[in-house]
Design a protein around this ligand. Structure first.
Ligand SMILES: Nc1ncnc2c1ncn2[C@@H]1O[C@H](COP(=O)(O)OP(=O)(O)O)[C@@H](O)[C@H]1O
Ligand SMILES: [Mg+2]
Length: 233
């Protein structure tokens, strides 16, 4: 297994946000975590990426116990996250934002930029533009491109489709599949269950901080329970 999360409990003060969650991601998979707003999806990703730490339980990445590892050390180990709401540097240019994603290198090789621009030709055209002036979809692309700069083995994306027009959602999902085809393992958090289940090998459904259901993407997409709760009937 590339990533193993075992029975983690995560708190915000007295709020017990994650209640004994366990899941796994195998090398080469696309795994989705779906669930309603407030179910605990972002908290789960923040805990895997070391921004928060669980009170109990264990997280293992590529055989190493990272349960208490500080988040800033994880990109160098091959774990990158695209946080909810993009979090790019709005006053910096596209190029400067990409450089920030590559902080493990001293001098960023041109090939790293070229690799990002291959996936996102639109960013290439706008490479000198201030990030705050990009559209929402372009900002999402920049956040994804920045994560690619650290050459992740496992890329975690928190609601990449949030707030985007349907045509851009399609484009973002196509690019996620391109990353995957190029050898990156994907852990995808989405409220857009329909899109996420279409591309996921496996998925877990979070409800109130616990895993309510799991299965292959196709199994869950066909489940009556999922259709009723997440796919609009
Ligand atoms: N900073 C915070 N302080 C207190 N409670 C929080 C905080 N962030 C999230 N929560 C609570 O934790 C639960 C899970 O939130 P979150 O992981 O953001 O859910 P999701 O990403 O699935 O929408 C919710 O009940 C939310 O209100
Ligand atoms: Mg969230």
């Amino acid at each position: 297994m590339m990533l193993t999360v075992e029975n983690i409990d995560v708190f915000y003060g007295a709020i017990h946000a994650i209640k004994g969650i366990s899941f796994q991601v195998d090398e080469g998979e696309i795994v989705a975590l779906i669930g309603a707003n407030g179910a605990g999806k972002s908290t789960t990703l923040k805990t895997v990426s070391g921004i928060m730490h669980p009170r109990n339980g264990k997280i293992t990445f590529l055989g190493e116990d990272i349960t208490r590892t500080d988040g800033y050390k994880l990109p160098a180990k091959g774990l990158a996250q695209v946080p909810e709401g993009r979090r790019i540097f709005l006053q910096m240019t596209v190029m400067e934002n990409l450089e920030m994603g590559a902080y493990i290198h001293k001098k960023v090789p041109q090939s790293d930029f070229d690799n990002v621009f291959e996936h996102f030709p639109r960013l290439k055209e706008r490479r000198s533009q201030i990030a705050g002036t990009l559209s929402g979809g372009e900002q999402q692309m920049l956040a994804m491109g920045r994560a690619l700069m650290s050459h992740p083995k496992l890329l975690m994306l928190d609601e990449p489709s949030m707030g985007l027009a349907p045509i851009l959602v399609e484009e973002i999902f196509k690019i996620i599949q391109e990353f995957h085809a190029a050898g990156t393992t994907i852990l995808l958090v989405e409220q857009n269950a329909e899109m996420a289940l279409q591309i996921a090998d496996r998925a877990y459904v979070l409800e109130s901080g616990a895993i309510a259901l799991s299965g292959t993407g196709a199994e869950l997409a066909a489940s009556d329970e999922i259709k009723k709760a997440y796919l609009g009937g």
